[in-house]
Design a protein around this ligand. Sequence first.
Ligand SMILES: [Zn+2]
Length: 327
Amino acid sequence: MKTIGSLFSAARRSLKLSTFVRTHLCTCLLAVAALGFGHGAFAADAKIPVVAAENFYGDAVRQLGGDRVDVTSILSNPNQDPHLFEASPATARALQHASLVVYNGADYDPWMAKLLAASTGAQRTVIVAADLVGRKGGDNPHLWYDPTTMPKVARAVCDALSAADPAHKSAYDANLAKFLDSLKPIDAKLAELHGRYAGLPVTATEPVFGYMSDAIGLAMRNQRFQLATMNDTEASAADIAAFERDLRERRVRVLIYNSQATEALTRRMLTLAQQSKVPTMSVTETLPPGKTYQTWMLTQLDALQKALAAGDTSGSNSATNAKGKTP
Ligand SMILES: [Zn+2]
């Protein structure tokens, strides 16, 4: 992952100016919000106010806290690219009242640390997923697709809820055990896919599925192209040509399409894959409505399995590539 890490950093550096502008905008918005909305007091038996920057972490908190928590998730719009999100006064306002805050970190949601630093809210616990799994800015930030992340976040959330509300500790412990148990089918599916498909070449329009692809042992191609999509920068002509060649010559078994981070170029690749009869499957950045984290992951893994199986029987020449031949 060393190469990809430095690529993430380089791409980030090119965005420095817009980040600077955004930072200052956020600070101004926050100042406005602070004038109008004071910090509320909560009765001892009230629900614990929680803010999750991303709705999949919010869903985990809801499962762990049950009716003891009141969860607000900031990133939850399935039609919005989270990489382009900018915080609003409503974001700052929600944070002011939170006693527990959960966010991803690793530069996925840089506005969170800024809002928290500027907010003088009362005592609150902050859980940063990246810190729990040893990731930082420059790494692939889509940590919730790493099967080792959610169990760690869940344990930290359970600890925080028990500390805030010791009277219900046994309920939180029971919810944690249930939650960890409910992740087992995801691990089982990953192991099954690894057993059958490890080593096969695949590609993607954006790196959101990267950790899960690694867990299955797939050989992910065209990573520079994916970073350009993520960072909203332009892919190089050579990277575009390489991607197109992979699809046209069916050197990859599946195209993993991020339907939440799209642009003309990614849509073009999707069309080219369909024309070239390379199986495709869609993934999203955030939790779609009506799903839990677990059903979301399993649905996507089922779709990947179908796509890989379709590639199996479509006469693709890429199976030979998987055995070590360099294209
Ligand atoms: Zn992304």
